[in-house]
Design a protein around this ligand. Structure first.
Ligand SMILES: [Zn+2]
Ligand SMILES: [Zn+2]
Length: 364
């Protein structure tokens, strides 16, 4: 089967034939139907995040089950599924306490499937699947718990987005912050995930949702998803502008969805006394952010990390499916570009220059 392979950072991905071994016990063989062009993959391409190479990136995916390994009961050939890039073991302390997005065994086996081996190779050279998914390929073998069953006929590009940006963004608002009706929210960075934080905040009844970004075109787009105010951080101090828009108080909840020291600090300084700062963006591995502990204490601010929307993928992704079907979240409007797998390097050039909404690979 054909896949896009990362051999070296800052080099184009190479489209190549790869061998994929059949699924073992508890694994599922999936034909990829859609793969989102997410910024997290770009961090690996740029070396800002580390993955064992050669690797097949792609973690925002959906597809159709071709075949299942021994013991698999929750899906069968022909079923459509969302792929979760944090499949869970079901047995570790985090899984057992309802925090499957923090699964220990998944963390301990990053770079392979749960049994510590891989199904992907070219000859005897094994290839790492990102997040046990690796959906920049025609097919994948993934853990059963990484497959979330879809209702028949659900569109796969929309399903793929539920696999990362929708659940990460809406989940941050819904499961991590638990935004209360009438509250004020500021979102720093309105790419694919940021737009979903905005529509999550709208869904939960926030009275004011301030989108902050350095691109005017992204800010205009954010208004379609529920942003009530916009702040162009390329001109002037965004912290002062957020305060101005919140009667000098700061927002009840601020979300950092870009992944940099500067945006973390801006989100921190824009939150009101007693407010919550939710860090969603993945900063480069070397980044630090100097928060002054005095303001943290005296203003009783809370700073929280939020991984994968603090969602339990197998329970909360079906909720996203329902919210989409009932028209309460917009995924159609997020999808602004479609590509074939052969165009993947162009797709990642576009993310840096013209990123509005989400690109999705739909031809493999
Ligand atoms: Zn992603
Ligand atoms: Zn676990």
């Amino acid at each position: 089967m054909k896949a896009a392979i990362l051999y070296e950072t800052n080099q184009p991905l190479v489209i190549e034939e790869v061998e994929l071994d059949p699924p073992k016990k508890g694994e599922v063989h999936v034909k990829i139907g859609a793969a989102g062009v997410c910024r997290s993959d770009l961090h690996f391409m740029h070396g800002d995040a580390i993955i064992q190479t050669p690797a097949i990136l792609g973690h925002e995916g959906a597809g159709t089950v071709l075949d299942v390994g021994e013991g698999v009961t929750s899906v069968k050939p022909g079923d459509d599924v969302i792929l979760s890039f944090v499949p869970n073991c079901g047995r570790c302390p985090y899984c057992l306490t309802g925090r499957a997005n923090l699964c220990d065994l998944h963390g301990a086996t990053s770079g392979t499937l749960f049994d510590g081996t891989n199904r992907l190779h070219i000859g005897d050279q094994y290839i790492t699947p990102m997040g046990k998914v690796g959906c920049f390929a025609q097919e994948a073998v993934v853990p059963e718990t990484g497959c979330i069953l879809l209702p028949k006929g659900f569109p796969l590009p929309q399903a793929a987005l539920i696999g990362c940006s929708v659940t990460t963004g809406v989940g941050a608002a819904m499961y991590n912050a638990e935004i209360t009706p009438g509250s004020t929210v500021a979102v720093f960075g309105v790419g694919g995930v940021g737009l979903n934080v905005i529509q999550g905040a709208r869904l939960l009844g926030a009275s004011k949702i301030i989108a902050v970004d350095i691109h005017q075109s992204k800010l205009e787009f954010a208004s379609k998803f529920g942003a009530t105010n916009t702040v162009d951080a390329s001109s002037g101090d965004p912290v002062a502008k957020v305060k101005e828009l919140t009667d000098g108080l700061g927002a009840d909840y601020t979300f950092e969805v870009f992944g940099s020291s500067e945006t973390v600090l801006n989100a921190y300084h824009s939150v009101k006394k007693g407010g919550q700062v939710i860090i969603v963006g993945i900063a480069p591995v070397t980044a630090t952010a100097a928060i002054d502990p005095v303001s943290l204490v005296r203003f009783e601010r809370t700073v929280k990390g939020c991984y994968y929307g603090s969602a339990r993928p197998n329970i909360d992704m079906p909720t996203m499916v329902t919210l989409y079907k009932s028209g309460q979240i917009d995924i159609d409007g997020l999808i602004t570009r479609e590509y074939s797998l052969d165009e993947i390097n162009q797709a990642y050039k576009d993310i840096d220059t013209t990123e509005i909404g989400r690109g999705v690979i739909t031809k493999f």
